[in-house]
Design a protein around this ligand. Structure first.
Ligand code: TRP
Length: 451
């Protein structure tokens, strides 16, 4: 294993905050959350989501960060370090490798979607430059295009991870995250001033409580919360392993959870009004059964039609919008890649450059397989990784933090960077909370979903 002096370290708390919120804020927030909310009773979903994000995902996030900082290792070695005996060490290895595999598979499909965002970013820019036919090519679905865009995105991702923790992840996140927030706010101000926007706001913020009772809603809200905070697959654990010992993890993780949730809500204030503006302009926004159009069709058909109806200004808006999504996807994708790369660096003779090329090539190969067998594989991989694997792994991580980690080590780790923690309510609640409440809640929601 590479010794710890070769490991990276975030140079400041702000750097960590940018990197971790960069990981958390992604397509899950800007695309997944608003459409999920729109389909599941607006503010009713929002309330349930807030509850699960803070009661479940935030404590789990803290567990990952603390395990990472304590062990200063990738997910596999981190869990093995906590395990007291041979059986638990075997469980640690299985859990750790399942985490790496899940992170890799999530990245494999995420990079495909991110490629589409990139294509829709390039199309309006090319159109503004007068390259109409090229622009059309970039906006029309084809096998070659999907492969090309996924490759370009994967190379950008690789380039950042090769540069390492401070010069890659931290530096890029510190640039891209403020840019993302700025773009988001500019677009919201513009969109809210268009006719029809308030119908969208209403749809997002007025709770339809009937929907709340629907089975499966808790499962989607939990899945959404785990996905949004990048939990269960070692991403946050590895970022935690790059935090210095004088940083206050409970406080930092609260910052991450708050910013992440805030951006989801802001994204709702962008996407849903945009949808209803499109309707006011005559674009169909409901499917045949009367439900709101969601998923890829929403982003790649409804919104582009809206942008088109706005003339030249629409082109600028389209470029801004898909630029926003590309940035959000990139800062998330780097965090997914770092999880298996950290393992490869710490367990082979490869240096960061070689390890990154190896892992990124394998993941790109998986993307290619998914692209070629899209109809059969895409939905399957998404649901296996995000609905099953991620919550179960999140539960395992809570079990490791609560049951296998020696209690005095755990408490000592919380004290690092938070010397007067014993006077806070947090100290009395959290250790028991991750031990009992989190695993039971996650397991309960999961079992409920299997009925
Ligand atoms: N949280 C990101 C989003 O909302 C995606 C993400 C990054 C992720 N790293 C992850 C999801 C690890 C699951 C696991 O888009």
């Amino acid at each position: 294993m590479a010794n710890s002096s070769e490991r990276g370290l975030f140079s400041s708390r702000l750097g960590f905050l940018m990197a971790a919120t960069g990981s958390a804020v992604g397509l899950g927030n800007i695309w997944g959350f608003p459409t999920n909310a729109a389909q599941n009773g607006g503010a009713a979903f929002l309330l349930l989501y807030l509850l699960l994000a803070f009661a479940l995902a935030w404590p789990a996030l803290m567990a990952e960060l603390l395990i990472g900082r304590h062990t200063r290792a990738n997910m596999v070695d981190a869990l093995r370090t906590l395990a007291p005996g041979p059986v638990s060490r075997a469980v640690a290895s299985v859990t750790g490798f399942a985490g790496l595999a899940t992170a890799s598979l999530i990245l494999a499909f995420y990079a495909i979607i991110a490629g589409w965002m990139l294509g829709h970013l390039l199309a309006p820019i090319l159109e503004m430059l007068g390259q109409q036919s090229l622009a059309n090519w970039f906006a029309t679905d084809s096998l070659e295009l999907n492969l090309l865009l996924c490759l370009v995105f994967s190379l950008a991702n690789l380039g950042i991870i090769v540069a390492g923790v401070t010069d890659g992840i931290e530096k890029w996140s510190t640039w891209l995250m403020p840019a993302l927030v700025l773009l988001l706010v500019v677009m919201i101000v513009y969109v809210l001033n268009q006719p029809g926007a308030m119908d969208g706001v209403r749809h997002f913020l007025v709770p339809d409580l009937e929907r709340l009772a629907r089975p499966g809603l808790a499962v989607s809200a939990m899945g959404q919360a785990f996905f949004a905070l990048s939990l269960g697959v070692g991403t946050m654990l590895v970022y935690g392993s790059y935090i210095s010992n004088d940083a206050n993890i409970p406080r930092l993780s609260a910052g991450v959870a708050l910013i992440d949730t805030g951006i989801s809500i802001l994204a709702g204030l962008l996407i849903l009004p945009a949808l209803f503006i499109a309707q006011a302009q005559g674009v169909m926004i409901t499917a045949a059964d009367g439900s709101l159009i969601a998923g890829p069709d929403l982003i790649f058909q409804v919104l582009p039609q809206l942008f088109e109806s706005m003339g030249d200004g629409g082109l600028v808006l389209a470029a801004l919008f898909f630029g926003l999504l590309t940035i959000a996807a990139l800062t998330s994708a780097i965090s997914m890649l770092e999880s298996p790369v950290a393992y490869a660096i710490e367990n082979t003779r490869l240096q960061r450059r070689g390890a990154t090329w190896l892992v990124a090539s394998l993941i790109f190969a998986a993307s290619v397989v998914i692209i070629v067998h899209f109809d059969r594989l895409f939905g399957l991989v998404v649901s296996l990784t995000t609905e099953y694997s991620q919550p179960l792994l999140g539960m395992m991580l809570c079990i490791f933090a609560g049951w296998l980690w020696q209690r005095h080590h755990l408490l000592q780790e919380i004290r690092n960077g938070f010397p007067d923690v014993e006077n806070h309510l947090f100290w009395k609640i959290w250790p028991g909370y991750v031990k009992f409440v989190c695993p039971v809640l996650i397991g309960g929601v999961f079992l409920y979903s299997l009925r």
